[in-house]
Design a protein around this ligand. Structure first.
Ligand SMILES: O=C(O)CCC(=O)C(=O)O
Ligand SMILES: [Mn+2]
Length: 163
């Protein structure tokens, strides 16, 4: 995590031309893995087809892969590291169910919580593109999809503004 250097409880990887990475220096998108220096693998066609169906063009540039083992969570935040902030964020939940918290544009405003099941797709578009959101907890053993248990969330984003 920025500043403290403490690890996230969520484990992360990326697919696509740009990967979202985080370290003591902060958050950013970069074309290569921070340890291996290698490019991220391509975004699978099935995910790009889902993006085309729900968002259209331009193509997504990042698919962040979040792995939540039981006990992992993600604090309330907004997705704001993208230059193309006007394009939606699309995410797919797989494996154990999760309690997703969705707020509004103010950090301390009211929130609702939603149970996301394996296969659920969340599209943050329009005003909700800028809404606070996070994962409160993972509901253990509600699915046997992920080896070792837990939840995988795939988040597709456009990072740069198309020319
Ligand atoms: O796991 C989720 O459903 C949300 C992930 C998320 O908000 C993020 O990676 O920015
Ligand atoms: Mn987010």
């Amino acid at each position: 995590m920025p500043r403290t250097g403490r690890p996230f409880s969520v484990r992360m990887a990326n697919m696509g031309p740009l990967g979202w990475v985080s370290d003591v220096r902060g958050y950013r998108y970069q074309p290569t893995h921070p340890f291996t220096g290698r490019p991220w693998p391509p975004i699978p066609e099935r995910l790009r087809a889902l993006w085309r169906a729900l968002v259209g063009s331009p193509e997504p540039e990042c698919c962040l892969v979040n792995l939540y083992r039981v006990g992992a969570k993600m604090g309330l935040h907004r997705d704001e590291d993208e230059e193309a902030q006007e394009l939606p964020v699309l995410s797919v939940s797989l494996g154990d169910a999760a309690i997703f918290r969705l707020g509004g544009l103010a950090r301390r405003g009211p929130t609702v919580s939603l149970r996301l099941e394996s296969g659920d797709v969340v599209l943050l578009a329009g005003a909700s593109r800028h809404a606070y959101h996070g994962i409160d907890r993972i509901l253990a053993a509600t699915s046997d999809l992920v080896p070792g248990g837990g939840r995988i969330n795939l988040t597709l984003r456009r990072v740069t503004r198309p020319a």
